[in-house]
Design a protein around this ligand. Structure first.
Ligand code: PBG
Ligand code: ZN
Length: 327
């Protein structure tokens, strides 16, 4: 037999052939844009986030403007993070029916009924100490009391019209607790997206500046996962599906392709990923210096998430990706 007898390069000869045989491709319909809605900004005010060029803290009406651009770009979904005017030890603003997220949900669903509105359900932005769970006098995180507050928050978001509630706190048992509370409140159809697999990552720094949620003491390693662990990710995902999660999220995305892949093959619900703030900051900074080509790098990293098995992606590049795919 003459060699080489297999010629993989045969399929790489031209664009049309490469494209027809591609194993996956990016689609704007899979994208979710995070929006930071601030209660202290009013009217036409938006505040740039220094470490995230192109991203802003938004007043409610600026958030609506952003949604209009997203709809035009074909982006079907947003995930809302709230910056409340008031923080305390009990995270009271989180479950206020007149709170920043609740009001934004109502406004967005009224203007853009077909936009999918996801709410981040966590207490860090509402706690004076910045932790995701309630804290006792010794600084320990109180798992079970936190579940009650998360449930009130999720029910309040669902009542405002959120299509999907997405707990990101990493407390144990929260999915079962939230599902039960939602069902009892008549919100059987509200979808539960669990950030089941959330690592204690150093890539969240810019987000914490944007959302004002840096912990005042300690860190999140008693509740977020150790980046060393993969089998634990499968365990977390399985537990949340057993408790009633409709969708599972892996976070961060960059550097966690193995996790997306393992989780996707071990549960039978759709798995998504979150391209987090630190990924955004790194790529924006290097491309601003002219050291990398932003478009090509972003399309490549996001394609890698698809290849790993992500059905949907939360990313700060939604509008840019939409523009790049349209060309
Ligand atoms: C808080 C939360 C964080 C992110 C989403 N929800 C930060 C954290 O856990 O400190 C990070 C998102 C990003 O970095 O883009 N529950
Ligand atoms: Zn949190």
């Amino acid at each position: 037999m003459s060699h080489p007898h297999e010629r993989p390069r045969r399929l790489r000869q031209q664009d049309s052939l490469r494209s027809a045989t591609a194993e996956c491709r990016l689609d704007v319909r899979d994208l979710v844009q995070p929006l930071f809605v601030s209660e202290v900004l009013s009217g036409r005010r938006r505040k740039p986030i220094p470490s995230m060029p192109g991203q802003f803290q938004l007043s409610q009406s600026e958030a609506l403007k952003e949604c209009e651009l997203l709809v035009k770009a074909g982006v079907p979904a947003v995930i809302l993070f709230g910056l409340p005017a008031h923080k305390d030890e009990a995270a009271r603003s989180a479950y206020d029916d007149d709170g920043v997220v609740q009001n934004a949900v109502r406004a967005i669903k009224r203007r853009f009924p077909s936009m999918l509105v996801i709410t981040d359900v966590c207490l860090c932005e509402y706690h004076s100490h910045g932790h995701c769970g309630h804290v006792d006098r010794d600084g320990r995180i109180l798992n079970d009391p936190t579940l009650e507050t998360l449930a009130r928050t999720a029910v309040s978001h669902a009542g405002a019209g959120a299509d999907i509630v997405a707990p990101s706190d990493m407390m144990d048992g929260r999915i079962a607790h939230l599902r039960k509370a939602l069902d009892q409140a008549g919100a059987q159809d509200t979808v539960l997206l669990s950030y089941a697999v959330k690592y204690a990552s150093s890539l969240y720094g810019p987000f914490r500046d944007a959302a004002g949620s840096t912990p005042a003491f300690g860190d999140r390693r008693t509740y977020q996962m150790d980046p060393a662990n993969l089998r634990e990710a499968v365990r977390e995902a399985r537990l949340d599906v057993e408790q009633g999660a409709d969708l599972i999220l892996v976070k961060p995305a960059l550097a966690y392709g193995d996790v997306i892949s393992a989780v996707r093959s071990s549960v039978d619900v759709p798995v998504g990923c979150y391209a987090v703030s630190g990924e955004y900051a790194m790529i924006k900074a290097a491309s601003a210096k002219g050291w990398i080509d932003e478009r090509r790098v972003v399309l490549e990293t996001h394609l890698s998430y698809k290849r790993a098995g992500a059905a949907f992606m939360i990313t700060y590049w939604c509008r840019q990706i939409s523009g790049w795919l349209a060309r």
